[in-house]
Write a protein that binds this ligand. Sequence first.
Ligand SMILES: NC(=O)NCCC[C@H](N)C(=O)O
Length: 290
Amino acid sequence: MIDYGCQLMAEKMTRVLMRRPADSLRNADPQQWHYNHLFDAEKAISQYEGLVGLIQETGAEIIWMDDNNDGLSDAMFTRDASLITKAGAVLLRMGKALRSAEPELHGRTYEVNGIPVLGALTGDALVEGGDTIWLDENTLIVGLGFRSNREGVRQLNEMLNPHGIKVLSFDLPVWSGEEACLHLMSVISPLTETRYLVHPPLIPAPLWTLMKERGIELIQAPADEFEASFGLNLNVLPLSPGNCVMIDGFPKTKAVMEEHGINVSVFEGDALCMACEGGPTCLTNPVLRG
Ligand SMILES: NC(=O)NCCC[C@H](N)C(=O)O
């Protein structure tokens, strides 16, 4: 049985790559890593367990990577350093220089777990997993900003076209600056394969049009909660069709999703997600769905 190969966003997540934050996060200099005033390592480490509990309840298998005080505090955001396809994993190249060692760590974990590595981005290519969304099983969209570039998309097309996958790219804006983390998934969260939670002001117009042409229902996340959460209200992870996880404290966003028939579980995430600029989608890299 093939136990890897996730080319959809919201089917039942049955296997997922995660890294529990520990000493790397405890020892992180918040200024160096661009973590904000809400950062509290011990609180973040305990909040992480809230997310783990919700995932474990689903019965999904978690492939754990170790935080052995390697200084890579952002490596808990396992979404970003590799992309899983049915043809194997692609080791990406990080736009944030402090994260450049992460793809190799993913490669080692895949090797130990029998997941083939299809290839690795090289040279000037940059792509972070948070900039990628599977629009359908054969179409990957990539946001081009400070973390992902055209050469990265060119190399992805070269690697994935032979496997029937087309990679399209869309330009992202500067938003709050070069140091901040604005990924494509910071402004779009697929809740089901055809319903996406979105923050329209930061969505490239051609992508908006494409999503509408594809019949995707675009559900607007309340803008005031987007501001108040530094964009984290919109970072919603589907565990299975109609069942999603978000951080607590943003009731209007939760209510909007519930009005659209989505069941939403929450965990505390101020010291973890709002402080470190990444939510439940970033903290998980689904290896298998469906
Ligand atoms: N996919 C994501 O949006 N990941 C969040 C990464 C946050 C991390 N502090 C970073 O700046 O890369």
